[in-house]
Each structure stands twice: as C-alpha cells, then as structure tokens.
Ligand binder design. Structure first.
Ligand code: ATP
Length: 272
C-alpha cells in the first residue's frame, strides 16, 4: 500500500520565526502563504498563482525547513516525500505513486506537497545512464501531468528541494510548473549567528556564559550549514550531560564544534 507513505503532517508547528536568516527566500514563499490562506482574492483578480518553486542549495541549508514553515504559516497540511521514494525497479510504479500522492493532495487541499531530492526523478532527460531511465522518465512525466492538470480551484502548492539544480530537466521550470527558483546558500557570519540564536534557545546555558555567545560561536564555524549548527548545539548539550555538568558551558561548544568538524571531514572524504 503506497498511499500510506504519504501521510501528511496536519498540525505543522514550524513557523518563519524558526527559520533564521533566509530573508529573500521567506519573502518568496510568503506569496504562497497568502495564496493558500485566501485563494479567493487571487481568483477574483484573475491572477494565475505560481504552482510551485524549486528550492536549491547545499545540504542542510534549510530547504525542507522553509517548505515546512510555509505550511505552518499557511495552516495547511504538509505532504513530504523524496524523489528517491519514487525510484523503483519496475516501470510504472513511480508514476502510480505520483498519481496517489496528488490524488491525496487534491482531496486534502489546500495543502503543500514537498518533494525533496527532485533531481532523483527530474534529471534532464538527455542525461544519466541507461538503467532505470524509462522508469525515471515515466515518473517525471507523471509529475508534469499532475502539475499541468491543476485547475484554478486546486489549491495545491508544490515545493521541491535539490542540491543539483544544474541537472534538472528544463521542462520542470516551465510556467505553471516550478515557475519560481529560490536559491539558498550556506549562511555567512551574520546568518550563522541568527541560526545559533534559534537553536541556543533550547539549551540550558550557564548563567556566566559569554553574553555574545552566538556571535562568538558564529566566528568559530565558517562553512557550517544550518544543519551543522543545529548539530553543534545538540552535541554541546550531550557533551555537558556526559560530563555531568549542570549547565552548558563554552567548553562544551568547543568540543562539539570539533566533533562536528570531524564528521564533516569524514563525509567529504567519502564524497571525494
Ligand atoms: P537536505 O538538502 O539535506 O535535504 P535541507 O536544506 O532540506 O537539507 P533542512 O532539513 O531544512 O535542510 O535542515 C536541517 C536542520 O538544520 C533543520 O531541521 C534545522 O534544525 C537546521 N537548520 C537549517 N537551516 C536553518 C535555518 N536557516 N534556521 C534554523 N535552523 C536551520
């Protein structure tokens, strides 16, 4: 039963305030929020609302988070899946899963459908190896058919995440499909500070800790993604617990940063 895979998250708690930085991206998705909250206004004006957006950027930069926050702000269900979920051995299975997904989305509209790793099915049709190509094409075609089939009264927004926007089939970007492209980059110093501020809120910090802790930590973490920063904060708390400390102290963050750098280095070794 493939339908079970697409259980939506109905009471999405994530809001824009949980997403640090990414001001431009938030502004872009705000239009979807407004549309989902009040589609009639757009219909009355005869406006064709964009159907979807591609969120592209390196891993862990908050693509899924901002998609989810869009659902949270609009107060609509969030259907999340990954392009690789559709990738099957047998031709036709992926396409029928896409059909199931959109059938459910239509029944539960207004809603947001998020397809992570869209490149797994949306690679340019001329690229890629032979094996599995038919299956990928039929899955991609079904996705295009579904998006083309939206009528003005289908209040569904499709967001897709990828770190390989360069390989995507240009058919995906045509008007009425993913007509918006939102680029999300790794955070700079100020962005990292803001992300630290979001994640530090969850910790029990030492009362004597550096007043500008997030500023200090942001200078120690060049090249870190938002996911790396969330990881540092959690690691710091775990380290404090391991050391039987009452509060999280600067030293716990320093140890956590070293650990996370170790993890990042290992990952990049595997990739290279
Ligand atoms: P992937 O490409 O690997 O799917 P992604 O870009 O979708 O990654 P997310 O899953 O959104 O990344 O981010 C992972 C976690 O990192 C989030 O759940 C959040 O805890 C943290 N994070 C990332 N970016 C931000 C941000 N801008 N503000 C706050 N937290 C963030």
């Amino acid at each position: 039963n493939t339908a079970r895979k697409f259980n939506p998250e109905t009471d999405v708690k994530v809001k824009f305030e949980d997403v640090a930085g990414l001001g431009e991206a938030k502004e872009e998705v705000m239009e979807f929020v407004k549309f989902l909250k009040n589609p009639k206004k757009y219909e009355d004006l005869g406006a064709k609302i964009p159907r979807g957006a591609i969120l592209s950027g390196p891993p862990g930069t908050g693509k899924t988070l901002i998609a989810k926050a869009t659902a949270g702000e609009a107060g609509v269900p969030f259907y999340s899946c990954s392009g690789s979920d559709f990738y099957q051995m047998f031709v036709g299975v992926g396409a029928s899963k896409v059909r199931d997904l959109f059938k459910m989305a239509r029944e539960n509209a207004p809603c947001i459908v998020f397809v992570d790793e869209i490149d797994a099915i949306g690679k340019s049709r001329s690229s890629g190896g032979a094996r599995g190509n038919d299956e990928r094409e039929s899955t991609l075609n079904q996705l295009l058919v579904e998006m083309d089939g939206f009528t003005a009264s289908d209040h569904i927004v499709v967001l897709a995440g990828t770190n390989r926007v360069d390989v995507l089939d240009s058919a995906l970007m045509r008007p009425g499909r993913f007509d918006r492209h939102i680029q999300i980059d790794k955070p700079e110093l100020e962005g990292r500070k803001e992300i630290f501020n979001v994640h530090l809120k969850k910790l029990t910090l030492s009362p004597t800790i550096d007043k500008d802790l997030s500023g200090r930590l942001s200078t120690l973490t060049p090249g870190f993604s938002g996911a790396d920063i969330a990881n540092v904060c959690n690691e710091a708390a775990l380290t404090a617990a391991r050391m039987e400390a009452e509060f999280v102290e600067l030293v716990h963050f320093e140890l956590a940063i070293e650990r996370v750098i170790g993890g990042i280095e290992k990952k990049s070794k595997v990739l290279n």
